[in-house]
Ligand binder design. Structure first.
Ligand code: CO
Length: 221
């Protein structure tokens, strides 16, 4: 374990390294942020967004929670998506799950998880929607991995359901929503290659929010 005091030593070294490569690094960083990516991932300590993507500070806007969920009543994640789309004009939104996700595993257990019950219910809902496919997988590890993937796809679909994303895409042809999985055993990022346009077209039969004049304000979901 890294001692508490060591963190500050490491910070000073990190600053020195950055300045050695670019004397204006922090001046540029302080000026503005114009990230092209919004990353929504799991809070798991083993899946650090910038590091696995090889991106620098300023390159990616990040939101993380237990099991990378996008619930439409979660003001936190909805505010992040709103800000990223309407103000930062991100070109890509990524939902990144990971195999060996404790949140997904917990949702597969017949157990009272306290405050986590309502949170993990979203994952149980994903299981219910795909029960036929998942129950057909006899190997438990494979079934667990598939639930991780299906959860990513469902959360990406939830992003596509939002008015901000639909309206921005109609006007600008971005953002594109992606679903990824990080494999802890290999360190490899896997693109699930979700078909953004096909999902958008399909869900707009029910979730088309582009033509509705909001009674409240432009930010209405
Ligand atoms: Co996780």
């Amino acid at each position: 374990m890294v001692g508490y005091e060591q963190i500050f030593e490491r910070n000073r070294k990190w600053v020195a390294d950055k300045l050695a490569k670019d004397a204006d690094f922090f001046e540029k960083l302080a000026a503005d942020q114009t990230p092209d990516y919004l990353y929504i991932g799991c809070s798991d300590s083993r899946v650090p967004a910038n590091e696995i993507m090889g991106l620098e500070p300023g390159d990616v806007f990040v939101h993380r929670n237990v099991a990378n969920l996008v619930n439409n009543t979660d003001l936190n994640v909805m505010a992040v998506i709103n800000f990223a789309v309407k103000h930062l004009h991100v070109k890509h939104i990524i939902v990144c799950g990971h195999y060996n996700c404790g949140g997904v595993k917990a949702a597969m257990q017949p157990k009272d998880m306290g405050i986590l019950n309502p949170w993990l219910r979203s994952i149980r809902d994903v299981y219910r929607m795909h029960a036929a496919e998942l129950d057909a997988i006899t190997d438990e590890q494979k079934r667990y991995n598939r639930l991780v993937e299906l959860n990513v796809i469902e959360q990406a679909t939830n992003i596509i359901k939002t008015a901000n994303v639909q309206k921005s895409f109609q006007k600008n042809n971005y953002p594109i929503v992606h679903g990824w999985v990080f494999d802890l055993h290999s360190g490899i990022l896997i693109d699930l290659d979700i078909n953004f346009k096909a999902i958008l077209k399909d869900i707009q039969k029910i979730y088309d929010l582009t033509g509705i004049e909001s009674e409240y304000n432009e930010d209405g979901e």
